[in-house]
Design a protein around this ligand. Structure first.
Ligand SMILES: [Zn+2]
Ligand SMILES: [Zn+2]
Length: 181
């Protein structure tokens, strides 16, 4: 089972958050991190994650209070606005990770010939690049949705300069981004 992001958004639009584990509608949820594979179903961003079934990454999840205590999630309580802010922060964190990966960390994953050391990931390993790029595109699309949601409600966005800095860094690496102008 994967979380239906569109349904989540619709529920939030209806001023309710729904728990992805038990489907209860609630005014506030707990957000936090879990590593168990089953938690992928409660992690909004894992919808775009390539590992899906056996994702062992640290996952940002939301759960109602009863489910949180059932699976021992030590979370922070947020309402719908707080949830959208937390989700945006999580998108940013993941996008910064892909930025680091595309700029340098991928070299640690691959055995690189000395004469390829100045090349970019897409030149050295197009398949790995595409996987990373699909994940990044997914995150950028979510970012835009969240941004639009906050903007429509005239809710101020924390550290608004983050976006232009991200775009500059990504463009400097030679990659296009949906967050650019
Ligand atoms: Zn629940
Ligand atoms: Zn995942």
């Amino acid at each position: 089972m994967t979380i239906d992001w569109q349904q989540t958004i619709n529920d939030i639009l209806a001023k309710k958050l729904s728990c992805p584990r038990c489907s209860t509608l609630t005014d506030d949820v707990l957000v936090g991190y879990l590593r168990t594979p089953e938690a992928a179903a409660w992690a909004p961003l894992c919808e775009g994650c390539t590992k899906r079934e056996n994702c062992d990454a640290r996952k940002f999840v939301l759960l109602c209070e009863a489910c949180a205590s059932a699976v021992r999630l030590r979370g922070r309580r947020v309402d719908e606005h707080g949830f959208m802010h937390a989700l945006m922060e999580e998108c940013r964190r993941n996008l910064e990770e892909t930025l680091d990966y595309l700029s340098d960390y991928w070299r640690e994953d691959l055995d690189i010939d000395p004469d390829e050391v100045d090349k970019k990931l897409d030149e050295v390993d197009p398949e790995l690049f595409e996987e990373e790029n699909n994940w990044r595109r997914y995150l950028e699309e979510q970012y835009l949705k969240i941004h639009q949601w906050l903007r429509e409600r005239q809710i101020p966005i924390a550290s608004p300069g983050w976006r232009s800095e991200y775009v500059e860094d990504m463009v400097a690496l030679g990659y296009a981004t949906l967050l650019g102008d």
